[in-house]
Design a protein around this ligand. Structure first.
Ligand code: F6P
Length: 323
């Protein structure tokens, strides 16, 4: 391997820049040429890439977003799109790829590897923390901290007015952000896709805590929850339970921005170096992960065949504490 290209793809996540920096500098450390592809697979198809050096990634470790920009490419899902991307990469003598993104990114990369056998490696970058094979994805810690910060602020006003707030957090089909921001924010209930909560159960919990002298309440709702989104759930509760004045806050894309936490910066730095070292040691079609504090390489099937579970302990303590 002489020439490596790096790109970010899918939803951006805080810490992606720190990962780009680590990939670029590790490549240079190991005497390889490193290129950056703009807008993920879109840029690959459009031949939008530049050579990077150590200074190209100065002053980005602390910045949210991604300097390489990101996109979700429909064209790369087609054989023609991938063929075009390969032609461009070949013309620039790129012989390995590092992708930073989530499951959609890894799926595209796997297809590309199967077709063209170019060495590829994926770094998990998504706020959702929804990939099996890694305890954490880059961006999740920052996004969860952002959610907790917002929940704390909502708590102040909820308490002042004796209100019930439904706070919707991101995560796509995963309840990881919800469960941990809910525990850290002291939510009375946390509604996640991985566990069924009926409206009856929710009202029962709200009523039980109100009878226990609770004056205001926060319910954290994962956006992918099976009982509906926060607005729908709040509406159903309102119709049947009028003890509280009820409000809804959707945190939305706020959770995707901001400076990465120390945790995400270190995780991104470790994973970026591990991606280059893995590639140079012959790892391909794998995702870098972190398990019990150690770097691991998981192949595509292993990562994609399993759903990442919510820790049973987290579910248990959330319930013990919400009284
Ligand atoms: O995958 C990251 C994520 O922020 C999800 O939590 C959310 O469902 C989705 O992306 C939103 O996507 P978009 O930015 O395209 O609206």
């Amino acid at each position: 391997i002489k020439n490596i290209a790096v790109f970010t793809s899918g939803g951006d996540a805080p810490g992606m820049n720190a990962a780009v920096r680590a990939v670029v500098r590790a490549s240079i450390y190991y005497k390889k040429e490193i290129f950056g592809i703009y807008r993920g697979y879109e840029g690959m198809i459009e031949n939008d890439l530049v050579k990077l050096n150590a200074r190209s990634v100065s002053n980005i470790i602390q910045r949210g977003g991604t300097i390489l920009k990101s996109a979700r490419s429909k064209e790369f899902r087609t054989e023609e799109g991938r063929a075009q991307a390969y032609q461009h990469l070949k013309a620039r003598h790129i012989d390995a790829l590092v992708a930073i993104g989530g499951d959609g990114t890894f799926t595209g990369l796997h297809k590309f590897y199967e077709e063209y056998k170019m060495p590829v490696i994926c770094i998990p970058g998504t706020i959702d923390n929804d990939l099996a094979g890694t305890d954490y994805t880059i961006g999740y810690d920052t996004a969860t901290n952002t959610a907790v910060d917002a929940i704390d602020k909502i708590r102040d006003t909820a308490l002042s007015h004796n209100r019930l707030f439904f706070i919707e957090v991101m995560g796509r089909d995963s309840g990881q952000i919800a469960i941990n921001s809910g525990i850290a924010g002291g939510a009375v209930a946390i509604i996640i896709p991985e566990e069924e909560t009926t409206i009856d159960q929710l009202i029962e919990k709200l009523d039980e805590t109100a009878r226990n002298n609770k004056k205001s309440s926060l319910v954290v709702v994962a956006e992918g929850g099976k009982s509906g989104n926060a607005l729908e759930i709040a509406q159903q509760v309102k119709e049947r339970y009028s003890y509280y004045d009820t409000k809804v806050t959707i945190l939305g894309h706020l959770q995707r921005g901001g400076a990465p936490t120390y945790f995400d910066r270190v995780l991104a730095s470790r994973m970026g170096v591990a991606a280059i070292e893995g590639l140079l040691q012959g790892e391909t079609d794998v995702m870098v992960g972190i398990q019990n504090g150690k770097i691991v390489y998981n192949d595509f099937e292993l990562t994609m065949s399993k759903e990442k579970e919510i820790e049973a302990e987290a579910l248990r303590i959330a319930k013990i504490l919400a009284i």
